[in-house]
Design a protein around this ligand. Sequence first.
Ligand code: IDP
Ligand code: MG
Length: 148
Amino acid sequence: MERSLVLIKPDAVQRALAGQIISRLERKGLKIVAMKMLRMEKNLARRHYAIHKGKAFFDDLVSFITSNPLIAIVFQGENAVQIIRQMMGETDPAKASSGTIRGDFGIDVGHNLVHGSDSPENACKEIDLFFSADEIFDYDRELDTWIY
Ligand code: IDP
Ligand code: MG
């Protein structure tokens, strides 16, 4: 079953939106298989966002993501990566559709509340950056027989 790394970014934690964001993803049917609160180290932030190195916003992005605690979660489900990207909405909250997390709660691209992996391959790499194997739980839920 597919997994995706979700970050409830510092702005969402500061604005007390963590519960609502997690709840949306949970109600969709996605399963939480790992979760922790942490303050990202600069090194971890640079690795996580390595693809954006050299872009104008890179330094601001690293400062922002390391500025305060965030919540890292691994969600599991069929097609989890694409479903979560759809539920997050476009990167710029000003352009994100209503009904999406960014569209409903954000305004500014630098404060867009959530991260979600953009491909199953990147999800595996990102999950490895945040979680060790023994922090990820393989368990059954009765309700999955009503979701799938
Ligand atoms: P994504 O989070 O939707 O995958 P990416 O293009 O991968 O978007 O960018 C990573 C993060 O970098 C965004 O979520 C956002 O926080 C930040 N970012 C992207 N573009 C800009 C920009 O033009 N200005 C400021 N921050 C940006
Ligand atoms: Mg991205």
